[in-house]
Design a protein around this ligand. Sequence first.
Ligand code: ADP
Ligand code: ASP
Ligand code: MG
Length: 405
Amino acid sequence: MLLVQKYGGTSVANVDRIKAVAERVDKTIKEGHKVVVVVSAMAGETDKLINLAHQISSNPSEREMDLLLSSGERITSSLTAMAIKELGHKAIALTGRQTGIVTDAVHTKAKIERITADRVKRALEENYVVVIAGFQGITETDDVTTLGRGGSDLSAVAIAHALNADLCEIYTDVDGVYTADPRIVQDARKLDRISYEEMLELASLGSKVLQTRSVEFAMKYNVPVVVRSSFNYNPGTLVTKEDKEMEKVVVSGIAHDVNQAKITVMGVPDKPGIAARLFKKIADANIVVDMIVQNISIDGKATDISFTVPKTDSKKTLKITEEIAKELGARAVDLREDIAKVSIVGVGMRTHSGVAAQMFDALARHGINIMAISTSEIKVSCLIDAKFTELAVRVLHETFGLAAI
Ligand code: ADP
Ligand code: ASP
Ligand code: MG
């Protein structure tokens, strides 16, 4: 089999961990497989680099930011290749560019357009273990790009697809995908399997065990993905196509996200075209808006619009919103960062009613106020005060009976 193995930050956090990765690769080869390794930067390295940049500029150029951040993964790819060589295998480290990962030019959150991987294929034919620096690509005009936080997951899935690999293994610091973040809910249960759709919802609603775009990619191209731990040999969680069995479970998991900010525009005239103008400007700045709530206006009077954006984009969004608010004659704009979104996810919700009501009731019983709600066929999300995040996750986990039996 051809396996793509991705090792996250904690799995390559220091020299000993990198040696442990090499040993696992060695074991995999001895089992008769070919291996392509994709690595993240050492744990904390990307944050450290971002911090350095912000000590120099409050608004560093995104092009230079990408070049800077891509260095973290270059370090681990070179070191990992060296460690694999030490165990007697042929190994070669490649950057995103050398792998032929071509992206668009949206710096810091570039999208992959194509992967040539010629050099990877050649190296594999010559029995090399190929170690690829994750998280990065190159534009048509030769600028380095990065794929958004957690983007090495996407590198791995996309490379697995480009190479037609048999499996993409995502090695991390937990045994697999759990019914809730195991760091918050102690009796969270590991799932043996989860559908692409549920995983996509969980990821986009804040479960960072897999990057959202990597799941989107895996689902689109049907790439089989397994999430497992690099610290033990326990079986992980298979992310795969939905089947009938999965529908029996109403709620599969709870997600939470504390990385959102809420912006409220107060006193907006209630007439057609206002929302279109505001949200077009925000979209043009490549900012993704999540929840939107507009209060009902009485007799065409002014109304309020609230929406959420990633915290990392909150200042930029605030500026844009304030400009438009002025043009529109709105009364005021308010930014709140102490909010959280808690969500329940499950394909079984399609065929069960009353699930949302059960969620609202559970939160209400614990005195947790809901600021906004959004739903889809397979999820319900509530915006709450950030100080209640952990309580809300635990309460919902219990309400829907997700604990380990
Ligand atoms: P890596 O550095 O390996 O990419 P991440 O920190 O990005 O690892 O993702 C793993 C983390 O995801 C875990 O340590 C865990 O705290 C968190 N997590 C959040 N939700 C879940 C979940 N439902 N199941 C498993 N892990 C989760
Ligand atoms: N090093 C990058 C980050 O911290 C990419 C990754 O780890 O997947 O976001
Ligand atoms: Mg990650």
